[in-house]
Ligand binder design. Structure first.
Ligand code: AMP
Length: 237
């Protein structure tokens, strides 16, 4: 199982105010990855993105990567068993003991039930809190088709946050690419998958004291402020 070093936290920070492991929920392109990376830097806890782990497996040619690639390229989900196993392995790593942000997981009711049980069984059980980020369809389409990523996982957008030199990462000079599943056609499939399989997960977590919605149609910094405010509210309940 391979992982992306960019998803490991840079330095320890104070996480005492976090109410528990944070689930970032929302449709493709709402900004889960961008916000998870900012929270990771702020709190010094890892971002666990199942999409990033799957892409790392594809890049490394693992057996899991081979199974995942065609499903991902068509906007379909990878099987619950494979993804749950991958998450179990990642949660067993020592950097998760102070908390973590789950990004793009759980995406089905079965995954949600599995992770709820898995976390409840952990000796350090902390209540999970869920933040649902909302952005409308047309804006998501624009964001997704404009998204470009660096090999290290830095996210740009040719319309809203372009690199200084087109096609080149500002930080490490690497060549930016478009994810194969960020085409308009695959985006439409991913949205259908989201409505059918992931929207019920949002409802599953919609409990007072455990759930907050955030408007994702704001500048990145404003969304981070809103997420932090939501986390503070959850801590108080
Ligand atoms: P993401 O990077 O979160 O947009 O995920 C990209 C793709 O990876 C998805 O469209 C799915 O094909 C696959 N994937 C990511 N996370 C999951 C998950 N929790 N369950 C199943 N498939 C997933």
């Amino acid at each position: 199982m391979t992982n992306d070093s960019a998803t490991h936290p840079p330095a320890p920070a104070d996480t005492t105010f976090l109410p528990g492991p944070v689930l970032l929920l929302g449709a493709p392109g709402v900004g889960k990855g961008t916000q998870a990376k900012l929270l990771m830097a702020e709190y010094g806890i890892p971002q666990i993105s199942t999409g990033d782990i799957l892409r790392a497996n594809i890049a490394n040619g693992t057996a899991l990567g081979k199974v995942a690639k065609s499903l991902m390229d068509q906007g379909q989900l990878v099987s619950d068993d494979l993804v749950n196993q991958m998450v179990a392995e990642r949660l067993a790593e020592p950097d998760t003991h102070r908390g973590y942000i789950l990004d793009g997981y759980p995406r089905t009711i079965n995954q949600a039930l599995w992770v709820d049980n898995h976390l409840a069984a952990a000796s350090t059980a902390l209540p999970v809190v869920a933040i649902s980020i909302l952005v409308d369809y047309k804006k998501l389409l624009h964001r997704i088709t404009g998204r470009r990523i660096s090999p290290a996982g830095r996210i740009y957008n040719i319309y809203t946050s372009p690199p200084a030199v087109p096609g080149i990462c500002d930080v490490d000079g690497s060549i930016l690419v478009q994810r194969p599943d960020d085409s308009e056609e695959v985006f439409a499939e991913r949205m259908k998958t989201f409505e059918a399989q992931t929207a019920p997960v949002v409802e599953h977590y919609r409990n007072p004291g455990r759930f907050q919605e955030v408007n994702g149609d704001l500048p990145v910094e404003a969304v981070t402020v809103a997420i932090n405010a939501a986390l503070h509210k959850l801590r108080q309940t």
